[in-house]
Design a protein around this ligand. Structure first.
Ligand code: FNR
Length: 362
């Protein structure tokens, strides 16, 4: 039988009630990395609104891994406690609570978008950023914080930070852990020759550049229970064909290695490594072909993201076998009930919350 958007998907022993996933989206509304009421309302609304998986924004595994001072974090037990009620609420609504674990690498220490997304220097309350190589991200003007090339000890600590973060996330009640290896943040910086100029075991060859993401995935998998899935988000390409860079061929080669390391779903995004990137027209489903290619290369499930805004379109992505899950970002910012409305449009028998039934279609 051909699967559709509302066919449940079982990954390990975790059942996703449908294949609509809320894409991770920073809210810049945490306090010292701690989740606030905003996160409960934002994530809770998307669970009420019918997302099968509710993924938190990038949640930093260490303080210096935050993009901005407003990012979520999970580097202490207090941080896990602040997320506990959110995970429970999402689960009570029948959605699967998921957390994206992240480190921003050299793209850390920036102000919130509504404050300009500008680099914050150490003098202005910013912090030293970590990266595979010491070049800072080439921002257009503005003084950046210093970027430190990670030592062997830093690399070991980084893997341990991911492992500890996953343990805390599990304790907080999350059922899916996603490793953020996309968008020019730290793990992507190791993958891409644009940012990785190391000469040790973590730089140079494909095997070396992919070592850290494989180690991190394996570390998360070690602490994540056998019945629960691990996802990895990658950038399928740097969109920098004019130079040696990370591309779709390497992503297709990486996907089965991530599956071997313990990933159950590859969430396929793109870009973010360098401002010279040539982003194609961001029209409907603009990254779906990348998901298709990765899907051909691995037995793991695959998520497609980017310009998915319509029920029919999301349904086709699943029906065509392009991907197993439709990951929806900005449309969910506009419409928290995208999941329920998609079900209605597609003629699926999905119940609205009892509290809202008098406002529904029949
Ligand atoms: C994002 N995106 C993003 N991606 C990610 O992996 N972790 C994150 O924390 C964020 N944060 C974020 C914040 C905001 C406000 C936006 C709009 C986007 C990228 C997002 O998950 C998604 O991949 C893109 O927005 C493309 O999908 P849509 O929006 O076209 O459905």
């Amino acid at each position: 039988m051909t699967a559709s958007l509302f066919t449940p998907l079982t990954l390990r022993e975790t059942e996703l009630p449908n294949r609509v996933m809320l894409s991770p989206m920073c809210q810049y509304s945490a306090e010292d990395g701690l989740a606030t009421d905003w996160h409960l309302v934002h994530l809770g609304s998307r669970a009420v609104g019918g997302a099968g998986v509710v993924m938190t924004e990038a949640t930093a595994v260490s303080p210096e891994g935050r993009i901005s001072p407003g990012d979520l974090g999970i580097w202490s037990d207090d941080h896990a406690d602040a997320l506990r009620d959110i995970a429970a609420f999402v689960r009570e609504r029948g959605s699967v609570p998921a957390i994206q674990l992240a480190h921003a690498g050299r793209k850390a220490s920036k102000s919130r978008p509504w404050e300009g997304s500008a680099p914050i220097s150490e003098d202005d309350g910013g912090w030293e950023t970590l990266a595979p190589s010491p070049e800072p991200y080439p921002y257009d003007g503005g003084e950046t914080a210093a970027t430190r090339e990670m030592s062997a000890d830093d690399v070991d600590q980084f893997v341990e930070d991911f492992r500890a973060a996953a343990e805390r996330a599990l304790d907080a009640g999350f059922e899916i852990a996603e490793v953020h290896a996309a968008h020019g943040y730290l793990l992507h910086e190791f993958l891409s020759p644009v940012t990785n100029r190391r000469e040790d075991d973590y730089g140079g060859s494909f095997e070396n550049r992919t070592r850290l993401v494989r180690e991190v995935t394996a570390a998360v998998r070690e602490v994540w229970p056998d019945d629960k899935p691990v996802f990895v988000r990658i950038s399928a390409t740097d969109w920098l064909d004019d130079r040696e860079s990370w591309d779709l061929d390497q992503s297709a080669r990486l996907a089965p290695l991530l599956a071997e390391a313990g990933a159950d779903l590859i969430d396929v995004s793109a870009g973010g490594i360098h401002p010279d990137q040539e982003v194609p027209e961001a029209g409907p489903g603009y990254q779906v072909p990348y998901a298709e290619r990765v899907n051909e290369a691995t037995d793991a499930a695959v998520g497609a993201v980017g310009g998915i805004t319509e029920a029919e379109q999301a349904d086709q992505i699943v029906r065509n076998g392009s991907a197993d899950v439709a990951v929806v970002g900005r449309e969910f910012l506009r419409n928290p009930y995208f999941g329920l409305e998609a079900a209605h449009e597609l003629g699926e028998d999905v119940e609205w919350p009892a509290q809202y039934r008098r406002g529904t279609f029949d």
